[in-house]
Design a protein around this ligand. Structure first.
Ligand code: ZN
Length: 144
């Protein structure tokens, strides 16, 4: 038996110590790739095949009473110029900043992301931003 050290694509893949591999038919895998290109996948924050597979399994197990979903986002705290949002899926806390008329999320390093979107659904946050005259983006339609 030969041992392969893997190509560069494998080397750059993030190590996920608490993850297991599950196989799906190649045709299904292709469909997931196509799905990842859609707006609905982006709106749902699904970025990889693993995201889609995990979400699909959750939906089935939830329906059949084997899994109880925690809310993905929780509002943790509010500060002078930013809001802390817990992302239970990523297991991280995002700081969403509202500075110089711009929104910025530190874990996504982006001006627009699911954490920023969540922060803008918190009534207390919106109220304060409105009072400060912060230019709020138009609300986006929610994925169903
Ligand atoms: Zn973010």
């Amino acid at each position: 038996m030969t041992y392969s050290t893997g190509g560069t694509a494998k080397m750059t893949q993030k190590a996920r110590p608490n993850w297991d591999k599950i196989n799906v038919p190649a045709a299904m895998s292709d469909l997931i790739d196509q799905y990842l290109q859609t707006d609905i996948a982006k709106q749902r924050g699904l970025k990889s095949k693993s995201d889609v597979a995990t979400e699909g399994v959750k939906m089935l197990l939830e329906r059949d009473g084997m899994y109880i979903r925690r809310p993905r986002f929780q509002h943790l705290n509010m500060y002078e110029d930013h809001v802390k949002v817990i992302d239970n899926e990523m297991g991280r806390i995002a700081s969403v900043y509202f500075r110089h008329e711009k929104i910025y999320c530190d874990i996504c390093d982006a001006n627009e992301c699911i954490h920023a979107d969540f922060a803008l659904t918190i009534p207390k946050v919106v109220k304060i931003l409105e009072e400060k005259g912060f230019p709020l983006p138009k609300p986006k339609p929610k994925p169903t």
